[in-house]
Design a protein around this ligand. Structure first.
Ligand code: FAD
Length: 307
């Protein structure tokens, strides 16, 4: 119930405006977000890389409704990737991109705009010796997003896609996309979805395990995105049963969530990538984190009232 309410709030413009009127207080947001600027993101990338963690950087923002904003988001990624290139962070730092932030939902030619912008970001990523993973948003965008990833992979074969185990369709998508050269991030899914398209409760975890089996047995590169200790243990077991070399798959977690576990897994010889958001548009991202764990809501409210 609280999860559904919070996820509704994530898309509510009036609540968003009220929340954004509050200055970004480092104490509240910094646990999950690197900061506002490219330099903030790079500082955190350097620290994480020095600890042996891989990183995927996300410029915060979603649901762009004007072309100018899609341009700005694209420019921010190009600036970030130029800096990644200049610092030689390339192979271990990649970027994650939400297509709705670069125009996918614009009326008329939104998909074409998003594809064109994703191409220029992918070209900059390639110049920086790295790659792009395309985030997955709510189920109304799944087909469009997967078809844009398919297009991108023709020129940029290492482009990653995300699949969400809460969607009933996802096991079939895993079967279809687990082939050689594919990079698939598997997560549970973070949006409020209707029962017709999505599982709920324990069925999401069961579906996650089924999907993980398909990806681990497949020829691609699985990216196991979860903080769930049981699923991490199952992933480690499946990797071993499928004789996967340590560099043939990776675990992924969000910045600020189970940081000690991230480091423990690295020390145990596993590849772990941290999803690192930065930028001013932190509202939707943070509300989804609260929906996942209500104690984060208490932390957030405390921050708002103790300025
Ligand atoms: P849960 O059952 O939610 O949590 C398991 C345990 O992890 C909890 O008991 C708690 O100990 C810890 N935990 C989980 N969440 C939090 C939190 N917010 N704060 C503190 N502790 C927490 N979703 C999408 O829909 N599209 C995407 O493209 C996408 N990309 C992602 C990329 C990465 C690298 C990761 C890690 C997640 C991504 N997600 C994405 C979010 C994902 O779908 C889940 O909403 C999120 O990971 C929580 O699910 P969980 O697997 O960690 O399990």
């Amino acid at each position: 119930m609280l999860r559904r309410l919070l996820l509704k709030a994530a898309g509510n413009e009036r609540i968003k405006d009220a929340a954004l009127a509050v200055p970004l207080t480092r104490g509240v947001v910094a646990r999950f977000v690197a900061g506002e600027t490219t330099e903030d993101a790079l500082d955190t990338c350097r620290l994480l890389s020095a600890e042996g963690l891989l990183v995927t950087v996300d410029h915060l923002g979603e649901d762009t409704t004007d072309r100018g904003h899609a341009e700005q988001v694209t420019a921010a990624y190009l600036e970030l990737l130029a800096a990644i290139r200049a610092e030689g962070l390339g192979p271990s730092v990649e970027v994650s991109v939400k297509l709705s932030a670069i125009g996918q939902l614009l009326p008329g030619d939104g998909e074409t705009v998003a594809l064109e912008k994703a191409r220029s970001i992918s070209a900059a990523a390639r110049n920086a010796g790295t790659t792009v993973t395309v985030d997955m948003e709510d189920h109304t965008t799944t087909d469009s997003t997967l078809s844009i990833v398919e297009e991108l992979r023709k020129d940029f074969p290492s482009t990653g896609a995300v699949l969400q185990s809460y969607l009933r369709r996802t096991e079939a998508d895993c079967e279809r996309l687990a082939g050689s050269g594919s990079r698939i991030r598997l997560c549970k899914g973070a949006y409020a979805e209707p029962d017709e398209v999505a599982f709920s409760g324990a069925d999401i975890d069961l579906a996650y395990v089924r999907c993980l089996k398909v990806l681990m047995q497949g020829q691609g590169y699985p990216m196991v995105a979860t903080h769930d200790p049981r699923l991490v243990a199952i992933a480690l077991d499946l990797a071993s049963r499928n004789h996967r070399a340590p560099d043939s798959w990776e675990l992924q977690m969000l910045h600020g969530i189970r940081p000690d576990e991230q480091r423990r897994l690295v020390a145990a010889g596993h590849q772990v990538r941290v999803y690192l958001p930065y930028g001013t548009d932190w509202y939707g991202y943070l509300v989804r984190r609260m929906a996942e764990k209500p104690s984060n809501l208490a932390l957030f409210l405390k921050g708002l009232t103790s300025r």
